[in-house]
Design a protein. Structure first.
Length: 292
């Protein structure tokens, strides 16, 4: 994998210092171009952004100044960074930019807003994750150290090999730990018991699922570009993976959204959605290229 173009979406500072720091970290590793995009939440008016005598123009100047100041705080040279100021609805404008000139990676902050509109329509980060086919790194906490320990979650049926290859190339110095949660869903367990399945058979089925997961993890680790450890979790995948991110050594968890067609692009898998909301570390969503 060659990472040439990293797009980082920022809004407020210093809240976005960690986002910018992570984007700079990855761009430096790969000698990639860094695009810093800020969308002013105002109706777009074309050339108004370049006119100092307009409200849009003054907002654009102020936004650029804040970005340059943040880059300076982080020890980066602003002249080596492509700063792009846009206007419009942030989620929609970011999606348009990523579709017009797709980056190799998008970096953005986890939204903390509790506005009713975001509850109904989804936060900016969730909407971008759902709409693009580019990997998205969601930064949820301060960048106190380079990424060193990464969890990669698989459910046994996703495109985990592609996600593993991408993650390993993205962070060549990080340790990789592959995990899979095993569970008989409560609905299936209830249905099996209703048709007369005994608890012993349920246990046997769970053991078979565990063995399948063990084989899958072994085969996945054997295909890893470098050494990777493996582990199984028992219970609800969203809850167990979220709990795993409480480990202070875990810097990042990588997942796939589970999409396989354009029709499903409007949705994020429930596990991914839960991690975007509740994970205690950063989240990397490794998208598959959509299949028409």
């Amino acid at each position: 994998m060659v990472l040439r173009d990293v797009l980082v979406a920022v809004d407020q500072f210093p809240q976005n210092d960690a986002v910018l720091a992570r984007a700079l970290e990855i761009a430096r590793i790969h000698a990639a171009v860094l695009r810093v995009v800020h969308v002013i939440d105002m109706p777009a008016r074309g050339r108004d952004l370049t006119r100092v005598d307009t409200l849009h123009g003054q907002a654009a100047i102020a936004a650029r100044d804040r970005i340059v100041a943040a880059l300076t705080r982080l020890g980066a040279n602003a002249s080596n960074v492509d700063i792009c100021i846009e206007a419009g609805a942030p989620a929609l404008r970011l999606i348009d930019i990523c579709q017009d000139t797709p980056p190799d990676l998008i970096v953005m902050r986890a939204n903390q807003s509790e506005r009713i509109s975001e509850t109904i329509l989804g936060s900016t980060s969730n909407r971008v994750v759902a709409a693009v086919s580019t990997p998205v790194l969601i930064v949820k906490r301060e960048a106190k150290r380079p990424y060193a320990h990464v969890l990669l979650a698989t459910n046994g049926t996703d495109a985990a090999e592609e996600a593993l290859t991408f993650t390993a190339a993205l962070l060549p110095a990080a340790a990789l730990h592959l995990v899979q949660a095993v569970q008989i869903t409560p609905q299936l367990a209830e249905a099996m018991l209703r048709i007369g399945t005994d608890h012993g058979t349920l246990t046997d089925h769970h053991n078979a699922l565990s063995q399948q997961a063990k084989v899958h993890l072994y085969e996945l680790s054997a295909k890893a570009p470098r050494s990777a450890t493996t582990g199984m979790l028992q219970g609800d995948p969203a809850a167990e993976l979220t709990a795993a991110t409480h480990n202070p050594k875990v810097d990042l968890i990588a997942v796939g959204p589970g999409r396989s067609s354009l029709i499903r692009r409007a949705f994020i898998g429930s596990v991914t959605r839960r991690l975007l909301r509740d994970a205690h570390c950063d989240v990397l969503v490794c998208h598959q290229q959509p299949v028409p």
